[in-house]
Design a binder for this molecule. Structure first.
Ligand code: 2AM
Ligand code: CA
Ligand code: CA
Ligand code: CA
Length: 268
């Protein structure tokens, strides 16, 4: 993908994200039709579907040769990342969307031959776009984000994570995770993986640790965090696949190593 081509795609993607966001804001107080998916707390609304369908229609029209992976199933069933692939979460943080009418995002990652080229995370209600192109830095609206501090101490770190780590779980002994939350300075739970990635990139949390995310939850975030010198792997430190679900840990490089070693003590 050459730079001119990438700029054109980036500008187009941004325009679609803003239009989709404006539509969501306009309808934020409309009655919602809410369904559940894998479990009673796994929500989906007509707005998730409408928003994804909008992107898929636009992409298919403008870039018929591109491929799409989307949470709500309007995209393609891909088995490779060959070519240009849009990885879309139309509403990341649907539970927040339903219960709070805020704290959700549109997440769009654009990959070319498996490499993340463009990341867009749009905090819809606050009208804040986190965005990045590979090797061109990351931005919050017009402001360039600073490189992540590489000297954050374990004891001074704030980590985005939820309470399920402290319950019995299939990944890590909960006793070790209880020691972990006592050792770090604090935890935060925002309920939108995309926004948690954005907050890591912004440097307002030092890492984000989560059990089971799909490519659309993380595709944009990885591109943005990369641009400020962050690292994203699974909880064992292994590179993530953009075609499967993974545990996810995103963080600055030095702390990443220390935390993965700590978790290793309890990893199942
Ligand atoms: P979603 O809102 O797009 O479903 C919530 O902690 C975060 O985890 C959100 O980013 C949410 O994305 C994501 N998530 C991934 N799989 C989920 C599931 N099965 N149920 C609820 N949230 C899920
Ligand atoms: Ca969902
Ligand atoms: Ca999601
Ligand atoms: Ca979603």
């Amino acid at each position: 993908m050459n730079i001119d081509e990438r700029n054109a795609i980036y500008n187009q993607a941004k325009e679609w994200v803003f239009t989709a966001g404006k539509n969501i804001r306009a309808k934020i107080d409309d009655p919602l039709v809410i369904d559940t998916k894998s479990n009673p707390n796994d929500l989906v609304t007509t707005m998730d579907k409408e928003t994804e369908a909008y992107f898929v229609e636009k992409i298919n029209q403008e870039y018929p040769e591109h491929h799409i992976i989307g949470e709500e199933g309007y995209g393609d069933k891909l088995t490779t990342l060959a070519g240009t692939v849009w990885i879309i979460d139309p509403i990341d943080g649907t539970m927040n969307f339903v219960h709070q009418k805020r704290n959700f995002a549109i997440s769009v990652g654009i990959y070319h031959e498996g490499i993340g080229e463009i990341g867009l995370i749009y905090d819809v209600m606050n009208d804040i776009l986190y965005h990045a192109k590979r090797n061109e830095g990351a931005y919050k609206n017009e402001a360039k984000l600073a490189p992540l501090k590489q000297d954050v101490k374990f004891e001074e770190a704030i980590i985005g994570m939820n309470h399920f780590w402290l319950c019995e779980n299939r990944l890590v002994d909960e006793k070790v995770m209880q020691q972990f939350v006592r050792k770090i300075r604090g935890t935060r739970t925002y309920g939108s993986a995309a926004l948690e990635f954005a907050y890591v990139a912004e440097g307002i949390v030092d890492g984000y640790l989560t059990m089971n995310l799909a490519p659309w939850d993380i595709a944009a975030g990885i591109v943005i965090v990369n641009e400020v010198g962050g690292v994203t792997t699974d909880i064992a430190g292994v590179t993530l696949s953009m075609l499967e679900k993974n545990s996810v840990f995103t963080c600055n490089a030095s702390l990443q190593h220390e935390i993965i070693q700590f978790i290793e003590k309890g990893r199942k």
